[in-house]
Design a protein around this ligand. Structure first.
Ligand code: PLP
Length: 437
């Protein structure tokens, strides 16, 4: 209950008195139809433990309050779960002090945040933004700038349009540049002409990438990949794939660029997924989601100095990128991740959760194709004759919010701090849901 706003009368009723139907009706008629809304449920807030959500649910007996396990953590954006006392208290204290100021004047946390970002990411320089897609748009600019100045076989710049290679089935966000990185026909529909200078290759296929380098002969400025394809269904590459891609980019004087927006910030059992594969740091990396513990949108383009130096005043900027609250909560998040050793926890909990899910999967060999993932980013893939949306609805009925991706994958990525009883609950909900599928 929020005492300041909940008595505000909207559409003839105090907000506190709105029914689930009132909420659904407003969203159905006024919200642009870009998500398939889950009807009959309304999230009220965090629950009695950090990995629980309190929801209102329509039943035959009216609306009832129940707690469910947050099995998705807002697509990895919520590592500490909800109502974390340190994050909440810190943010409350901070916003009681100030609103915002422009980037053209310094404040107390931007500098310290960047120093910690450097330690945490091992990258050289940082350009903060708000959404993941914005960070990726900025990465595309960086690749083009670098390509025009230092790309090509002789390193003196690509004269023709530099090409950026990305992977089929990738997800990089909703800006026009991010959309051009993706081959998903629904995302691209009616948007032509899309930005030029993009091409895609199958993920995890080094031969196809080598062929593309030959085809574009000296014009490739960068290869842009998610280290583990998340939206595509948690597709984990072969152990050597990313290393080979990195070597190929070095050999061909192209940038190796990673989108760690979903995989970064300890989710996969390392600060960043590239560290799982023993790579050298990428040339550019985009991060977002969990950077703020999920309380506000914060993202960032991180890069090597010689690339980031190509940006200049008046050529790039942002009202809210790196604004005081973002810097503060960004810094606080790294502090808490390190203090609580969340990377090790992601490894430990990931092993436990995957093992529990595999145990369940073995009971349904004709329904479950595979359980895969790294750390706390896991997918349960079902065979195509079964419906992933039905499975995720059934998970909700059984007390767990986990969402399907690409029809046949149930993505399971709870807050990293989830306790064993929460993971057991996910496994038992999966068992009951698969039984009824
Ligand atoms: N890149 C990846 C890998 C993502 O998973 C997402 C979001 O799911 C994005 C980019 C886009 O981030 P945002 O929705 O914050 O723009």
């Amino acid at each position: 209950m929020n005492t300041i706003i909940d008595n505000y009368v909207v559409n003839g009723k105090a907000i506190a008195d709105w029914t689930i139907k009132d909420h659904n009706q407003a969203l159905d008629t006024l919200g642009t139809y870009i998500y398939e809304p889950l009807h009959g449920v309304l999230v009220l807030g965090g629950g009695s433990k950090p990995y629980l959500l309190e929801i209102l649910k329509e039943t035959r007996d009216g609306e009832v309050k129940v707690e469910i396990v947050d099995g998705l953590a807002c697509y990895s954006a919520v590592p500490f779960g909800h109502k974390d006392p340190v994050i909440s208290e810190g943010v409350n204290q901070f916003i009681a002090q100030m609103a915002t100021i422009p980037r053209s004047i310094s404040h107390s946390y931007l500098g310290p945040w960047m120093v910690k970002l450097q330690e945490f990411t091992r990258m050289d320089m940082f350009l903060p933004k708000c959404s993941g897609t914005e960070a990726n748009e900025t990465a595309i600019k960086a690749i083009r700038k670098w390509g025009k100045n230092f790309g090509g076989k002789d390193g003196k710049g690509i004269e023709e349009n530099p090409v950026i290679l990305s992977a089929q089935n990738a997800f990089h966000g909703r800006g026009l540049g991010s959309t051009a990185l993706m081959d998903d026909p629904v995302s691209r529909k009616d948007l032509e002409p899309l930005m030029e200078g993009f091409d895609q290759v199958p993920f995890n296929d080094i031969g196809a990438l080598k062929d593309k380098f030959k085809e574009h002969d000296g014009n490739i400025a960068g290869v842009f990949l998610e280290p583990i394809q998340a939206e595509a269904g948690i597709l984990v590459p072969d152990d050597n794939y990313l290393h080979e891609v990195q070597e190929l980019t070095k050999k061909n004087n192209a940038l190796f660029v990673l989108d760690e927006i979903q995989t970064g910030y300890c989710r996969t059992g390392a600060n960043f997924a590239w560290q799982l594969y023993g790579l050298e740091k990428p040339d550019l990396m985009t991060i977002g989601k969990a950077m703020s513990s999920g309380v506000i949108p914060v993202s960032c383009l991180c890069g090597k100095k010689e690339i980031m130096d190509l940006f200049e005043p008046h050529g790039e900027g942002s009202t809210f990128g790196g604004y005081p609250l973002a810097s503060f909560v960004g810094l606080l998040t790294i502090h808490e991740l390190e203090k609580r050793n969340i990377t090790s926890l992601a490894v430990e909990n990931g092993v436990y959760l995957k093992h529990k899910l595999e145990e369940v999967a073995r009971k349904y060999p004709t329904k479950v194709k595979e359980v895969r993932g790294k750390g706390m980013l896991i997918s349960v893939e079902i065979f195509p004759e079964y419906d992933g949306h039905k499975l995720s609805m059934s998970m909700l009925e059984n007390g767990v919010y986990a969402k399907e991706t690409h029809e046949t994958n149930l993505r399971i990525a709870p807050p990293i701090v989830i306790e064993r009883d929460g993971m057991d609950k996910i496994a038992s909900a999966l068992d009951a849901s698969l039984a009824g599928l």
